[in-house]
Design a protein around this ligand. Sequence first.
Ligand code: TPP
Ligand code: MG
Length: 408
Amino acid sequence: MDENGADAADSPESDDAATDPLADADVYRVLGPDGSPLPDATVPDLSDERFRAIYRDLVVTRRFDERAVSLQRQGRIGTYAPCAGQEGSAVGSTHALADRDLISYQYREHGAVVVRDLLTAYLPYWMGHESGTEAIADGNVFPLNIGIAAHLPHAVGAAWAFDYRDEDRVVAAHFGGGATSEGDFHEAMNFAGVFDTPTLFCCHNNGWAISIPESRQTASDTFAQKATAYGFEGVRVDGMDPLASYAVTREAAERARGGGAGSEAGDGSEGGDGSEGGDGSEGGDAAPRPTLIEFVEYRFGAHTTADDPTAYRDPDDVEPWRALDPLDRMETFLRETGRIDDEGVAAIREEADDVVADAIDFAESVEADPSDMFDHAYDELPPEIRRQREELLAAVDEHGEASFRQEE
Ligand SMILES: Cc1ncc(C[n+]2csc(CCOP(=O)(O)OP(=O)(O)O)c2C)c(N)n1
Ligand SMILES: [Mg+2]
């Protein structure tokens, strides 16, 4: 039996189960493994432009990921956390939000940053410039969080503040399965349940927490069911299906806006970003309610560029998940429904190459500033930190900036 409770060997659908790791799992899906909509699925009612934008953002995210790993191998960026395989959930869920909604993520959900069009602002972070995390705040994305689950109480606090001020904004907080073993996760969930904060807990069950398999992370059958203990709803979705990820996030966002849970996942209509067909404000009379969304997906690559996954998993285990690649499924969906052709796909790939190349050019043009590390945590520096900053600047004056740079 795998970590999703599926027992492929005993399944009557042996062919499907052998190739589709989620064939027997109770996950919400719109697209089948091959990208065709499932016969009884409700395809979200989105414009052709929106469907293509979702695909475009998936392709940009994948291209960014490939180039980031390659840059790390060349010594041009620091340690990087690859997201290949997990683009569907980050991109699909972010398309279901309004631009004013806040995203607080762990460190792997780069697709959310791409949807918000913040890639260029963001890449400098991975080259060691704090300005890269400061810049994305303008697009309502909090800085990434290496301290596992430490951002979740803050995300709930921000959601509570939105509710308190009567602002129609929700918070999507992303984290991995490993984060659910931290106290911060449980405190955040409890507070959200008791105080009805408009929070979407987006749990990425990607099979692993570095080398620990999700099956050793929890004795619960699913991560989603943990919401029951805190008095709100938990849903499981195929996170490698961008349209299912969109639909469940859209429904959770409506619930967070006080719109109740009237609609079944899948009827999400257009309007996530406020630019077309609505402003995402389905706020109703009901109290806002949080939701835990478990995106069931798989990390194709290493935990980070400092990790070697062959030390703890068989490369063959990855193959069945590769067959669920969110880019392939979205492309098939668009082709089969006549929304894109060879030319359209080629144009998007070319655009992705250019967008990522421009982001890299910009990031490599950013001048390192040794005092940068003091500038973004405090509005006003405490005396001890101010003293350290002055000491550093005096040393730079004395020895010259070059002595503080690692030259090739
Ligand atoms: C509080 C804390 N403990 C341990 C670590 C070391 N650490 C970094 S990533 C990671 C695994 C997290 O796994 P998961 O939440 O499933 O996210 P994923 O990396 O799979 O996206 C751990 C234990 C950390 N960064 N912070
Ligand atoms: Mg994980």
